[in-house]
Design a protein. Sequence first.
Length: 233
Amino acid sequence: MNKKIIEKVKKLLSLAESSNENEAKLATIKANELIISHNLTMQEINDNIDYIENIHEDFSRASLETKFIHQIINNHFFVEVIYFKSYNLVNGKYKSNTKVLFVGESSNVQIASYVADFLKIKFKELWNKNKKEFSWDVSCKQSYYAGLCYGLCDQLNKVKMKVENERGLVVVNDIKIKEFLSKKHGKLGQRGTDFSVRNTIVYSNGIDHGKEIKISRGINDKSGFSGYIGKDL
């Protein structure tokens, strides 16, 4: 993704912070359309793409929202999300950590990392707000996050279908990312998200809220892609 495309995406994400609800939603849609359109173009000329990997997270145990967010990133932001174990000697005992790699074309990795950081904050904000408003207990969290994931994916799928219909092309997985990974690491694990919906009302609320999430820039982030910092949307 060249610098001009990145600048356009950043400007659209700035508009997604607008107090005008319609303008904000349209800006988010346009930013996603631009990302998808660019990757359709790269799909046609992908012989010259350089791939990178970035360690996005390193934790002993993944948070619940992280599991759903990585599913969104893997399916919609043109990167592969890979998990692998590392072991460190602590007080004479080996303790394991999980490292999370985002792998893909450098600009896609940059954008995916930003979106993942943003969504981690946003999921928590939405959960805390609605838990308080509706007096939900912690057992509702998984159902709510599952709904947010479904709702946001539905929003992103609609944008993808629109772009595919306009371009007359279908977005396909980039097999060269897997080739890049295989050469560098051999076989690595890829983790899915298994969940059960325990509360269908909470899940339905999550779907509605996920459909309304607007991915925007952080207010203290000059580049627009290094992470979301404390602003409600």
